[in-house]
Design a binder for this molecule. Structure first.
Ligand code: SAM
Length: 204
């Protein structure tokens, strides 16, 4: 059912909003660098949370991964991705939902989130998101947010900024940090946005 937040994001992706898309990357360098370090097998279930029309899924398909899901609150965003991928889109599961309403029917080897988690600000929402992520991730989490030196807003919405220590503390128990890297993302408008990407492994 449509709510205010998905209408907001649909507008952004329909170019009907005054906020231009600042986050798209030609190549998701940091995400791919971390992915390669994890040595996942090609049948590992992978989900991209708030994947929008990111090319991360294209690269996963090219690398031979066969069990891919992209979730986003905006149907418009996923339409763009499907249009880009054409026939290949049929090899991906597409889920339109607010992440806070997501009730996964499977577990994922990798839960990847670039620039979605940081929109959550209420402690109860952050807690709920991490509860879903931790429960339904068997192996690895990658969470990328604006860093403590990054912007305070994205697409007209406030974001929460994280340092490495903040992310580790917020994640809490059950996962251990593997690595955190920073990336200066150059927006299509030419400005720089400092991101932090942290990867975590489930402790069995
Ligand atoms: C800044 S964009 C990042 C897109 C993509 N991850 C990338 O790196 O190119 C944030 C994305 O999160 C989606 N989003 C925002 N809030 C969400 C929510 N509560 N649940 C699911 N998706 C959400 C938006 O529609 C948008 O596609």
């Amino acid at each position: 059912m449509a709510n205010e937040l998905n209408l907001y994001w649909d507008q952004i992706y329909s170019n009907k909003s005054p906020h231009p898309l600042s986050w798209p990357q030609e190549f998701p360098t940091a995400s791919i660098q971390i992915l390669k370090s994890l040595n996942l097998t090609v049948d590992s279930p992978i989900i991209d949370i708030g994947g929008g029309d990111s090319r991360f899924v294209d690269l996963l398909l090219e690398a031979g991964f066969k069990n891919l899901t992209v979730l986003d609150i905006s149907e418009e965003a996923l339409k763009r991705a499907k249009l880009r991928l054409q026939e290949k889109a049929k090899e991906v599961k597409w889920i339109v939902t607010d992440i806070l309403d997501f009730e996964p029917s499977e577990s994922y080897s990798l839960w990847h989130d670039r620039a979605t988690f940081h929109f959550l600000s209420a402690p109860s929402d952050i807690h709920k998101y991490l509860g879903i992520a931790k429960k339904h991730t068997d192996q690895y989490l990658i969470i990328a947010t604006f860093s403590e030196t990054g912007p305070r807003y994205c697409s007209g919405l406030p974001v929460r900024n994280y340092s490495e220590a903040d992310l580790i503390q917020e994640l809490g128990t059950g996962f251990k940090k593997l690595n955190c890297i920073r990336e200066d993302h150059k927006t299509p408008m030419g400005t720089l946005q400092n991101f932090i990407y942290c990867s975590f492994k489930k402790i069995s």
